[in-house]
Design a protein around this ligand. Sequence first.
Ligand SMILES: [Zn+2]
Length: 337
Amino acid sequence: MLARMVNSLPNGLSQQITKLYFQAYSTSSSEAVGMYSKKAKGLKRRALANTAGYYPHIHKLRLLLRNQRKAHSTSEHHQFGRMDVKILPALKDNYMYLLIDKRTNQAAIVDPVEPETVLRAVCEHGVNLTTILTTHHHWDHAGGNQELAQKVPNIEVYGGDDRIGALTQKVEHNTVLNIGNMVVKCLYTPCHTSGHICYYVTTSDEANDSIVFTGDTLFLAGCGRFFEGTPEQMYTAMSIFGNLPDNTKVYCGHEYSVQNLRFANHVEPRNELIKNKLQWAIQRREDGKPTVPSTIAEEKEINPFMRVVEPGVMMHARTKDPIDTMRTIRLEKDSFQ
Ligand SMILES: [Zn+2]
């Protein structure tokens, strides 16, 4: 009922309501969710009566949510040879990443769903934010684009899907862009959504750093749901990641590592590396710390979706075909507790 009502509203207004709805359900505070449903009823009444007064109401609700939200992880600053990655936790389990070129001080932000958190980090580090890298159009990744683009004039917004807000540059597989001295190569990995892009970042010098931002395609020990794609497409995506250098750091879109490793352990109960990583991840989460990044080498050892050609994983799926294995274990994961 609420969804139908929201769909009939003008575009800008319905976007704001969608955003608040998502925030209310993404926050860990059950009080906020309760408050939201009360507020939502008021909104619905006003919308149906077609009266003015939505905007102060939305503003109040936004403040309420902001005050109640607590970050799911501590923010960490990772330093590499020529670039830095600042992890910015958002919503219930999302990650935004501030990527900084140390020599020029230019920066990009990956999936800035909470623009204010991003702008605080930009100020704190005194960097020049020039670019938004969007992995896919889902609200919990692209939902902050419009607001950030308004607040940072001339910012470039990259992505591979017309449904992404404030998009200025549509990219394809192997599109290359530069942020300061960093080279960003776009990897087209459709499946979770049909326009999903991952960003592979290197610096062109002896530092030999490489990083990939994988959104909701590759998670630590897992992969995203197949909302708009097929097992064949996810298999292709995993092969693309598998061809990156082994030391590439993997920064994914959500903190799902413990659940993913539990499932990986279920698929491969004899894999000691999975067990060790699970123990480590549990400890990290108890300490409130992020489990990203992993590396491509590590994913090849612990991620069942990267390992669909392994005899043990195929045996679990009761097939000898890697694509069937991909289909079967993703289906099993969908309902794994
Ligand atoms: Zn998504």
